[in-house]
Structure formats: structure tokens, C-alpha cells
Design a protein around this ligand. Structure first.
Ligand code: ATP
Length: 519
């Protein structure tokens, strides 16, 4: 007896261990698959999703799904087997009594199905509300400085509480449903016993079964009902996992962006000839608002082109299309005469250096931040040379650990981050360099940084680069060969600084405004 129980404990332990391992492998695989599916989505996908929501899917949702095999599935299997065994024995003992018990079990199963479906729906809501609460928390923490300065801690707490209240409400409903489910079980369980005693008693009096058989019957019917209850309980938590997993599986099933599927044309060398032919565009999230309209622009290899215009005129969008972050709605972009869509995107991006308006840094040391995304082997001297060209070397050497200083987005000033981003772009030795000058308060420093890079490009005749600079300070672009003026998604003027001043259009007006502001 002792030996059997000991064996049983060991087998339970082994089963628990195996399911634990399977569980761990499942969660790991799910997270890997989901993360890689998300990484390969179009940029427009991220316009419609929030960071908090996606991290919630990767975190708690994947964990929830793993309960399917770690807990529920093995218990369901065990209880189904136990219940089937008990049912066969009951039918053998007395088939009319067995059928009565089976009928009660079916009723229990029906209630269980309704309860399971409710749990599935509730679980989906719980996931959504949890994701929304996460989103609020993540937004608040990342904008903590703004929250502090504007004293909106109470407001943020209210926003967070709104989702917590919704979560509490749904949990309350789940508890009530659990109560109803338990009540149904108890009623049906006791009905079985009453039926067994009443009908069984009559059968004994009629001499169809013995008292011993009836006792066995009551014990086994209890076993069957309890197995049904356990199956029901586990199915309902399985349904919760299924509810939670729906969005996870939907995201996992997303096909990667076309850019990663189609094999584009590889090339060794790029001249840097860029051509926009009749390009129109609207963002998928605002499909009715045209952002670019019939853009025609040809940029020669080695030319420095500045794009200017009022805020919202579509300058950054033009660059987004060139970087193939979005596809034009109409028209085509050609690089060296080849349609952008036909070029291998990785190969192309390897030849483009891009510095955004407000560059973000990764939580790694400065050297790693500068060589980020560079596929070739980079020597420390190359990193330092790029940093010198970007006017970043001096402030980096003043940091506690120089190039090995661990930085993140908060440690450096906006201008310093921009200089590191410029060094990162220069290190790639790009054929096409795109600089989006900052619009914010770091204008003066940003202007100085961008001007420095333009000067370097001009003086370095060995490396021919096509440069596109989006400039807000018009003094930045005096080094440009050509100035393109945009307004309302269209190119309205084009020419050199003096030609445009002579034309007395938008450019001349903007220049006058900026000069007046300086006086
Ligand atoms: N991801 C996006 N989804 C939807 N609309 C967008 C998106 N990005 C920009 N827009 C809209 O497209 C228009 C052009 O924006 P864009 O950023 O290209 O202007 P810009 O000229 O670069 O402005 P700024 O000088 O302020 O940087 C704006 O009306 C903007 O609201």
C-alpha cells in the first residue's frame, strides 16, 4: 500500500515536471514567434497599435495561453478518463440508473458550456482592459517629466483607475457566474443522489438490484459527477485561455511585410540618383487626407538638396517614402533608374544614412549606439572618426567612461543625441544621407550640427554623397545646391537661395519672417 502511494506521488511529480517543462517551452516559443511576427510588420501597423498593448500581448497574454497545457489540458484528460470508467461501470451495474445519471451529466455539461463561453468572452475583456491599463502606465512613466511639470499625477491616477474599475467589474461578474455554476453543480449532484436512492430503493424492493450494488452505484455516480464538474471547471479555465489567446494568435498569423517576403535586386554600388515621379500619398490611418500630391523631383548623384516648408507640409513624409517606411499610393520612386520596390530593401537601407528630428538612443554604451546597424566589422578608430565628424567626440570623452558610457534616452541632451545619431549615419558611409533638422528648442544646436555635416560633405570630395536635408532654419541650407519648397503636400518652388528670393514666393516670405524674428 505504502509502496503504491509512493509510486503514485512520484508519477504525479514526474507528470507535473514534464508539463512544467512543456509549459516553459510553449511560452518561450510563443513569445519568440509573436515578437518576430511583430518585428516584421509594416510601419503602418505600428501607427494603429500602442506599445502598451503589444507588450501586454507578449507578456501576460502568452503566459495565460500556456495554462492550456500546463494545467488545464492534463487535468481534463485525467478527469475524462476517470469519468468514462465510472460511467461504464455504472451502466454495467444498472443501465436504467446509469442512463439517469448520464442525463444529469449532460445537463451539467450544457450549463458548463454556457459558463465556458461566458468565461471566454470575459477573458478577452480582461486582456483588453489589462492592456489598456498597461498602456496608460507605460505612457505616464515615459512622459513622467511632462506629468510632473503639469502636475497631472491625479489625472493619470484617474485614467489608470478607470481601467482598474473596469477590470474589477468584469472580475465581479466572473465571480457571480462562478457562483451560479457551482450552485447548478450542487443542485444536480444532490439530484443524482436523491434519484439514486428513490429509483434504486424501488429497484431493490422489486428485486432488480441488491443493496450492495446500490451502494456501489451511489459511490461511482458521485465519482462521475465530480469528474464532470472537474472537466467543466477546467474547460472554463481553458476557455479563458482560448479567449486570451485569440488576439495573440491573430497577431502571430500576420504575414510579414512585403518588403521582407519579396527578394529584391541586390547591388554593389549606388550612385545616389533619386527620382520621384508623380508620387502621391496618404497615410493608411488617415486614408482621406492627401499628404503628398503629384510630387515630381529629380536629385542628381552628389547633389545637396534642402527641403523647406511650413510644418505639416509633408517634408518628413517625402523622406519616409524614400526610406520605404510607407509605399506611395500613386506614382513611383526610382533610385539610379530602378524602381524602389524592386531593390533589395536591406541592401538599400545599408546605403542610406538617416538622422531623424529627435533621435532616440538604445540603452547601450556610446560605441554600440554609434555602430548600431552596421553589418561590417567596425574598429574603435572608425567610431571615433565618425564621432569627430559629427562633433560628438569632445563631449563623449568628457563622459565618465568615454565611449563605454552606458546611455539611454534620458542621459544626454537633445543636441548630443542628435550628434550621436549623425555619427551613426556617417559611420555607415552612406551614398544617400538624409538629415531631418530638429524643429524644437534645440534648433540652434541642431542647426550647428547639421551645418557641420553639410560642410564636411562639401569638403570631402573623395566620398560623393547625395544629401537631403529637411531644414527649418533657413540659414542651415545655404550650403545646399538646390532648395525645394513644399506647401500642402505639393512642391511649389524650386531653385537656389537667390533664385527663390528673387521669385518672392513662400521661401522669400519665410526667410523674411526668420530674419525679422532674429532682429
Ligand atoms: N504616421 C502618420 N499617420 C497619419 N498622419 C500622419 C502621420 N505622420 C504624419 N502625418 C500627417 O501628415 C502630414 C505631413 O506630416 P509631415 O510630418 O510629413 O510634415 P512636415 O512637413 O515634415 O512637418 P514638420 O516640419 O512639423 O516636421 C501632417 O498633416 C501630419 O499630421
Amino acid at each position: 500500500m505504502y509502496y503504491r502511494r509512493n509510486m503514485q506521488v512520484k508519477i504525479y511529480g514526474l507528470r507535473g515536471c514534464c508539463f512544467g517543462i512543456a509549459n516553459m517551452i510553449l511560452v518561450k516559443r510563443m513569445r519568440e514567434t509573436l515578437y518576430s511576427a511583430l518585428l516584421l510588420q509594416d510601419i503602418s501597423f505600428f501607427d494603429g497599435e500602442t506599445v502598451g498593448d503589444l507588450t501586454s500581448r507578449l507578456g501576460s497574454d502568452c503566459q495565460q495561453v500556456s495554462r492550456v497545457i500546463g494545467n488545464d489540458l492534463n487535468l481534463i484528460m485525467r478527469n475524462v478518463l476517470q469519468g468514462t470508467g465510472a460511467l461504464i461501470y455504472l451502466l454495467v451495474l444498472s443501465w436504467p440508473l446509469g442512463l439517469c445519471t448520464l442525463l444529469i451529466c449532460f445537463t451539467l455539461a450544457a450549463v458548463m458550456m454556457v459558463y465556458g463561453l461566458y468565461q471566454k468572452k470575459a477573458a478577452k475583456l480582461v486582456q483588453e482592459f489589462t492592456a489598456s491599463a498597461n498602456e496608460v502606465a507605460q505612457e505616464t512613466f515615459s512622459l513622467m517629466r511632462t506629468v510632473r511639470v503639469y502636475g497631472t499625477e491625479g489625472l493619470e491616477l484617474k485614467r489608470y483607475n478607470h481601467w482598474l474599475d473596469k477590470l474589477a467589474d468584469i472580475s465581479l461578474r466572473q465571480s457571480a457566474a462562478y457562483g451560479v455554476w457551482n450552485l447548478s453543480f450542487n443542485t444536480l449532484y444532490h439530484s443524482t443522489q436523491v434519484i439514486a436512492v428513490l429509483v434504486g430503493g424501488m429497484y431493490i424492493l422489486a428485486g432488480h438490484i441488491t443493496a450492495e450494488k446500490l451502494t456501489k452505484f451511489i459511490l461511482y455516480s458521485e465519482w462521475l459527477i465530480y469528474s464532470t464538474w472537474w472537466v467543466g471547471d477546467n474547460v472554463s479555465s481553458l476557455m479563458q485561455s482560448v479567449g486570451a489567446s485569440e488576439k495573440v494568435f491573430q497577431l502571430m498569423d500576420l504575414l510579414p511585410s512585403d518588403q521582407f517576403i519579396s527578394k529584391g535586386m541586390m547591388f554593389q554600388k549606388l550612385l545616389g540618383h533619386i527620382e520621384f515621379v508623380n508620387v502621391s500619398f496618404q497615410y493608411p490611418s488617415r486614408a482621406t487626407v492627401p499628404v503628398l500630391q503629384r510630387i515630381n523631383l529629380s536629385i542628381r548623384p552628389g547633389e545637396v538638396v534642402a527641403i523647406v516648408g511650413l510644418s505639416g507640409s509633408g517634408k518628413s513624409t517625402l523622406v519616409n517614402l524614400l526610406l520605404r517606411l510607407y509605399e506611395p499610393t500613386n506614382g513611383q520612386i526610382f533610385i539610379d533608374g530602378i524602381p524602389l520596390r524592386e531593390l533589395d530593401i536591406k541592401c538599400l537601407r545599408g546605403k542610406i544614412g538617416f538622422v531623424g528630428q529627435e533621435p532616440k538612443l538604445f540603452r547601450m554604451d556610446i560605441s554600440s549606439n554609434i555602430k548600431y546597424g552596421c553589418l561590417r566589422n567596425i574598429k574603435q578608430e572608425e567610431i571615433e572618426r565618425a564621432a569627430k565628424q559629427a562633433y560628438a567626440h569632445d563631449f563623449i570623452t568628457l563622459l565618465p567612461n568615454g565611449y563605454n558610457t552606458l546611455v539611454d534616452d534620458d542621459l544626454l541632451s537633445g543636441g548630443q543625441k542628435q550628434r550621436i545619431a549623425i555619427a551613426r549615419a556617417i559611420l555607415r558611409d552612406p551614398t544617400i544621407l538624409i538629415l531631418d533638422e530638429a524643429t524644437s528648442a534645440l534648433d540652434a544646436e541642431s542647426e550647428h550640427n547639421v551645418k557641420g555635416v553639410l560642410r564636411a560633405v562639401r569638403s570631402d570630395s573623395s566620398t560623393k554623397r547625395t544629401v537631403i536635408v529637411i531644414a527649418h532654419r533657413l540659414s542651415t541650407i545655404q550650403a545646399a545646391d538646390r532648395i525645394v519648397v513644399m506647401d500642402g503636400g505639393k512642391i511649389i518652388e524650386m531653385g537656389s537661395h537667390s533664385e527663390l528670393l528673387h521669385k518672392d514666393g513662400l521661401y522669400a516670405r519665410l526667410t523674411r519672417k526668420q530674419t525679422d524674428a532674429l532682429v
